[in-house]
Design a protein around this ligand. Structure first.
Ligand code: THU
Length: 139
């Protein structure tokens, strides 16, 4: 089995999903060659739920890596990442055409997309980017 899927399936076992019953595990491959895993963590105040993908990306950033090469998500039906997670994956993609997203079940990959297919028109304002550059320069 695909190594990323195997790790995402392992992370899924830690999912905390007592409200939806829908467990999700994610694994991202960073540009440093390391794998970072995450699972969904639900809350009785539903809107506070953290998705598996964003939990994995947080671990990657904490480790000092800010570029994603590949992502695997394991669910019971091979579902795709939600819109919010796609936007967060895009934040750390050098080129969205080059980031593969494997949607899988415990049995293996059901479908592989590139991020550009799943998020063809994500938010990426040039004006905000200009602001980011100015802020970084003044640090
Ligand atoms: N969920 C994820 O972990 N990732 C996604 O991309 C979509 C949804 C979780 C949130 C919630 O715990 C459960 O799946 C059902 O929506």
């Amino acid at each position: 089995m695909h190594e990323l899927v195997r790790h995402a399936a392992e992370a899924r076992r830690q999912a905390y999903a007592p409200y939806s019953g829908y467990k999700v595990g994610a694994c991202v491959l960073g540009s440093n060659g390391r794998l970072y895993m995450g699972c969904n963590v639900e809350n009785i105040s539903y809107g506070l739920t953290i998705c598996a993908e964003r939990s994995a990306i947080t671990a990657m950033v904490l480790a000092g890596c800010v570029e994603i090469l590949e992502v695997a998500v394991v669910t019971r039906d091979g579902g795709t990442p939600c819109g919010a997670c796609l936007q967060v994956i895009a934040e750390f993609a050098f080129k969205i055409e080059h980031v593969k997203v494997h949607c899988a079940t415990e049995d293996g990959v059901m479908q592989t997309y590139d991020l550009k297919e799943l998020l063809p028109h994500g938010f990426s304002s040039g004006e905000v980017r200009q602001n980011e550059t100015d802020t970084r320069q003044s640090e």
